[in-house]
Design a protein around this ligand. Structure first.
Ligand SMILES: NC(=O)c1ccc[n+]([C@@H]2O[C@H](COP(=O)([O-])OP(=O)(O)OC[C@H]3O[C@@H](n4cnc5c(N)ncnc54)[C@H](O)[C@@H]3O)[C@@H](O)[C@H]2O)c1
Length: 351
């Protein structure tokens, strides 16, 4: 290797991507902490949040110099090469477009946006700008889920016949904006889109038809005037004929519970409820384990690995594992499921 090549390689392995985070609420804080402390090839250079005082406290804990009250601060900051967007979903499209036009890479929390037209605009703008965009479907980075992916790829499951994916949240986790459907997209886009992404990822095929039902079983109309159901079931038909089902509960009193199952012609694979530790207590009432209390606990490893991989995608010029096209497909299944619940009939997804 010539001297100049050696020097370039050494420089590249030391390069760290300068990140800004917009929205340092529950999820943005997790990403900001990982970038600040746990990802060697990334550094946190700025954060932005309309709630400036809490943001300043977070910045002090993370040793970040720049705090902006407006997203535009990150756009103008020359040290910001990539932006993590963790604001309520209805705000994301405009931010992604501005970031792309400024040549900044984007990691956007799910759901990527709240309409197909917005998703198309995001895809067109990020393609045109040549920036990386990754959507925060972190189950694709979770070690348990990745073992299922490997088993599928090794042929151990065979042709997939039946799949399921479940998300059960403990009571009372949703942020304030969630109960305004126009801001969050409701349970299908916000919560179940994780499950729809898992179904597409494992099956490597698209969903052609959904049939959904749901209801407000716990939170009653006074607490949920928007009418967003707190319990839903969705059946899905996939290209090639496999079938799947997704369900979600917003009232799992025992903890945060995510599971998935794939059954094929050669075998099956399951991701069970993640236990906090390997201890099981046996007594006269039966056996007892302890379950994760929150998504932050259950998916800590995946939240770390997804941002680390995103930084590496930028450094190595690779396509992220979860693209804007994946972000679009997941929400479109969600919109079809909402329509199916309204019409009480199956809905075909046209592409
Ligand atoms: N991947 C996951 O498992 C996961 C888990 C939780 C949340 N999320 C997603 O993360 C996103 C944020 O959710 P959250 O629970 O952190 O919400 P949150 O309400 O806790 O945080 C949102 C933050 O954005 C800030 N904000 C609002 N408008 C802003 C603006 N115009 N400019 C700058 N900052 C603004 C708010 O002040 C707040 O600090 C949502 O899309 C949600 O679906 C993903």
């Amino acid at each position: 290797m010539k001297l100049v090549e050696v020097v370039t390689t050494m420089t590249d392995t030391k390069r760290r991507i300068g990140f800004g985070v917009v929205g340092v609420g529950a999820m943005g804080r997790v990403h900001a902490e990982n970038i600040a402390f746990n990802i060697p090839r990334a550094r946190l250079v700025a954060i932005a949040d309309t709630l400036v005082e809490p943001a300043k406290k977070i910045a002090a804990n993370l040793a970040v110099d720049s705090v902006y009250s407006d997203f535009g601060g990150l756009i103008d900051d020359k040290n910001v090469e990539a932006i993590v967007i963790a604001v309520p979903p209805y705000l994301k499209k405009e931010m992604i477009v501005k970031a792309a036009r400024a040549g900044k890479h984007v990691f956007v929390e799910k759901p990527m946006t709240l309409s197909s037209n917005d998703a198309n605009e995001i895809i067109a703008e990020t393609d045109r700008a040549g920036v990386k965009i990754q959507v925060g479907y972190q189950r694709r980075f979770d070690k348990s889920f990745r073992r299922v992916e490997t088993a599928i790829n090794e042929g151990r499951i065979g042709r997939i016949l039946l799949m399921s994916s479940h998300t059960r949240d403990p009571p009372g986790l949703s942020p304030n904006y969630y109960l305004d459907f126009s801001k969050s997209g409701g349970i299908m886009a916000d919560t179940c889109s994780h499950d729809f992404d898992v179904i597409r990822w494992f099956s490597k095929s698209e969903v052609t038809k959904v049939y959904a039902d749901g209801g407000i079983l716990v939170y009653h109309k006074e607490l949920d005037p928007s009418g967003i159901p707190d319990h839903v079931v969705v059946t899905l038909t996939l290209e090639g004929g496999a079938i799947a089902h997704v369900d979600s509960s917003a009232y799992a009193v025992y903890g945060y519970d995510v599971q998935a199952e794939v059954i094929g012609t050669n075998g099956a694979a399951f991701v069970g409820i993640g236990e906090r530790h390997a201890t099981t207590i046996l007594d006269a009432q039966g056996h007892h384990g302890e379950y994760p209390a929150s998504y932050a606990e259950r998916f800590a490893q995946a939240y770390h690995d997804e941002i680390e991989d995103f930084a590496n995608c930028i450094l190595e010029n690779r396509t992220p594992r979860v693209t804007a096209r994946d972000g679009k497909a997941a929400i479109e299944i969600g919109f079809a499921a909402d329509e199916s619940m309204r019409r009480k009939a199956p809905v075909t997804i046209k592409r």
